[in-house]
Design a protein around this ligand. Structure first.
Ligand SMILES: Cc1ncc(COP(=O)(O)O)c(C=O)c1O
Length: 423
């Protein structure tokens, strides 16, 4: 695994000023990790599904409910003003995290899934029969099904970028797919199954040359550092808070203002309107046009606390730590006869999907859980990818900034034992 991504990271790196990365200190911020599960110290290796939350996130949310809770944008009172300040301040934090031009380009959604559904619905009026939408074979269902639904409605066609055995995108296949009918290219920046970091810069440049919109699924990218949407020059970018050490129930859609202005609202209701009458309703300005109903206010405050937490870390040290964890995992995995890693791309985040001859992935998961080790098993919401590898699913260990080398060793000690006992 290399952490020298060809995707740009934001200029506001804190590496020079932050205290050096120290995993033991980091772990003190995550109280949930200090527990036993099934009589063994918990080893949490499922952060790609949902990451744990540092104490500051929990405290920010508790503080909000203890002190500031009210509805936003409408109260003529102090708590309403405080809630609004926290909520809009969080939007600003996200804007800076993504280096978006303005906070009006940051739309609150429930998560990556809703963000992509919003874009697919928003672009639907521009799609015609025969138009083409390109996704890749390694997409999460969240970046496949919304496009299939829109394709069905509009008569457009979903086309698929192939991958190679290592789990890397086949750029030739992509170039061959692009043509004058390509209207949308929707790809993940990092695969949740394979850990592959895709060369989204190149994908975006080529898509733009073909005149297509670019939609980047950043769900698995943001937990490993900030992103610069202006440098990427993508049209849309989506991520979920809960994978970024923030709360569930909130996520972000970034979109370029000119596209968001043109797109119709996603849902109707309060907050997203300018004026309602039975004759004609007009809509609010960005970003509120896309935010119908009372939003997830406390969750926005929590997400901002998570981003602040991440930004204050020595991120060069964090990347080196994650790389060390993956290299150790790889070294240990190679020593297990019959263990096959699914996803061996040159550029990866620390996610390891694997199979062991003679053991079903779900049995591996259950047996590890008995040892206090939490991994994920199954198709990981990527059935077309499983089909391509001709496998029913995988076991997946995903490592995050709070995992240790000792935990990696204990995972592989447990796997060796399981293999000895059950095969
Ligand atoms: C790459 C990727 N995209 C999209 C999603 C969907 O995210 P959410 O369920 O938070 O909407 C996930 C979740 O696992 C993911 O890994």
């Amino acid at each position: 695994m290399q952490n020298t991504e060809n995707n740009p990271v934001t200029p506001q790196s804190t590496a020079a000023t932050a205290t050096p990365f120290d995993v033991n200190r980091i772990r003190q911020d995550f109280g949930i990790l200090q527990q036993s599960v099934n009589g063994k110290p918990l080893i949490y290796l499922d952060s790609a599904a949902s990451a744990q939350k540092p104490e500051c996130v929990i405290q920010a949310m508790t503080h909000y409910y203890h002190n500031d809770n009210a509805n936003v944008h409408r109260g003529a009172h102090t708590l309403g003003d405080r809630a609004t300040a926290g909520f809009e301040g969080a939007r600003k934090t996200v804007q800076q995290f993504l280096n978006a031009r303005e906070s009006a380009e940051i739309i609150w959604v429930r998560g990556t899934t809703e963000a992509i559904n919003l874009v697919a619905n928003g672009l639907a009026p521009e799609l015609e029969a025969g138009d083409e939408i390109i996704v890749s074979r390694m997409e999460h269902h969240a970046n496949i099904v919304p496009w299939q639904l829109v394709a069905e409605r509009t008569g457009s066609i979903v086309r698929v970028i192939d991958i190679n055995e290592a789990g890397e995108l086949d750029l030739e296949s992509y170039k061959n797919l692009l043509n004058a009918k390509t209207r949308v290219v929707a790809v993940t920046q990092v695969s949740n199954v394979l850990g592959t970091i895709n060369p989204v810069n190149e994908l975006i440049t080529l898509a733009k040359a073909a005149g297509a919109y670019t939609v980047i699924d950043g769900a698995q990218r943001v937990p490993h550092g900030s992103v610069d949407v202006q440098a990427l020059d993508c049209d849309f970018y989506a991520f979920s808070s809960h994978k970024l050490f923030g709360p569930t129930g909130i996520g972000v859609l970034y979109g370029k203002r000119e596209h968001l202005e043109r797109m119709p609202p996603y849902q109707g209701g309060g907050e997203m309107i300018e004026r309602v009458s039975f004759e004609k309703t007009t809509f609010n300005v960005l970003p509120y046009k896309f935010e119908a109903g009372t939003p997830a206010i406390c969750e926005a405050v929590g997400l901002a606390a998570a981003i602040d937490y991440m930004q204050a870390l020595d991120r060069t040290g964090m990347a080196a730590h994650e790389q060390k964890l993956y290299e150790l995992a790889q070294e240990r995995a190679e020593k297990i006869t019959g263990l096959r890693i699914i996803g061996t791309a040159e550029q990866k985040v620390p996610v390891m999907s694997f199979l062991i001859d003679g053991l079903h992935p779900s049995d591996i998961g259950t047996l590890l859980d008995q040892q206090g080790i939490g991994i994920r098993t199954g198709h990981h919401c990527a059935m077309p990818l499983m089909e391509w590898f001709n496998i029913p699913g995988t076991a997946r260990a995903s490592f995050a900034l709070y995992n240790t080398e000792d935990e990696v060793n204990r995972l592989f000690d447990a796997l060796e034992k399981i293999q000895r006992l059950f095969t």
